[in-house]
Design a protein around this ligand. Sequence first.
Ligand SMILES: Cc1ncc(COP(=O)(O)O)c(C=O)c1O
Length: 361
Amino acid sequence: MPLVAEHIQNLEPYRPGKTIDEVKREYGIEKIVKLASNENPLGVSPLAIQAMIGSIHQINRYPDIASLLLRNKLAELFKVGFDSIVTGHGSEAIMQTAVRTFLMNGEEVITAEGTFVGFYVMVKACGIKMNLVPLKDYGFDLKAIVDAITPKTKMIYLVNPNSPTGTIYTKGEFEEFMKAVPPDVLVMVDEAYIEFVKDHPEFPDSMDYRYDNVITLRTFSKAYGLAGIRIGYGFAHPELITQMHKVRLPFEPGIPSQAAGVAALTDKQFLDYYLKLNSCGKQFIYDVYDKLGIQYVKTEANFIMSIFDSEKRVNDITEKLMRKGIIVRGLKAFLLPHCIRVTIGLPEENEIYADALKLVL
Ligand SMILES: Cc1ncc(COP(=O)(O)O)c(C=O)c1O
């Protein structure tokens, strides 16, 4: 018997963008601008920092297995029952719990070609067959996904706004889609970037619909600036949540993560300031791209995807930017090898990026 299953031997692991320290070391540069992972460039909410510090003396104990305070806060904010909420070590952990809870041998998953690479890796690691439907105008093509459903389809993974393209599907598209999806097919809606699009009149917040077969995923890693402490949450029908609780790691998320999550939800000032900063940064980068004649996709999130004519060109640009200390993300692993995603940074970071890009091009 082989030691490692074939699907694991053949698995391409998740490769994040290079870290600041790696680039400093490899290229011998001191000042690094990291625009590769859609993190909050402002830093961390001061209220979340205080809460983490306040919780630190408790970490000789295991965390509250029920995430009581955090789930109560989420229940109050989203007006849902406590038993409709799951928390995890980042939303990716909840995604993984859902995959392990609901997918059985022989069942299949559908998602888009050109979406979050973490999901591709996770499904492949479980040896589950994944059917990828091409994007339409760089957005999820919900009609084509419905057409791809077969009796083996168990789960559909949607990302709205999509990463790495920044596009959204609309309320009308989602409602039509949900009418066509059989009730025994689970729809996992990843809303990691929802805070950036909340006020868009056409955006379908999956929490405004209470479909029994929809799992909503949210994270504190993006708008809330807590990527490093790993904390996410999800909503679904209590029966689905009960099953997921059997499978998830019992003690995730950790004590400081739970405390930070509760505090971050109350720090409206930090969130509002960041959302404004992001809007201004978006316009700045659009203007730069327009001037440079770079093709890009209009975004509803905190990153912008630009389109080039080849993977070779993308590699050339990302490498030259890296040599100048600027880390952006080439999108081969996201199945868009001719595209680059850049996170909208602080105003001075966007300027450094723009100046470097002019030189590189
Ligand atoms: C669409 C999407 N979902 C999930 C994640 C991961 O989020 P978390 O940090 O909560 O695991 C990311 C991170 O890049 C993402 O882009």
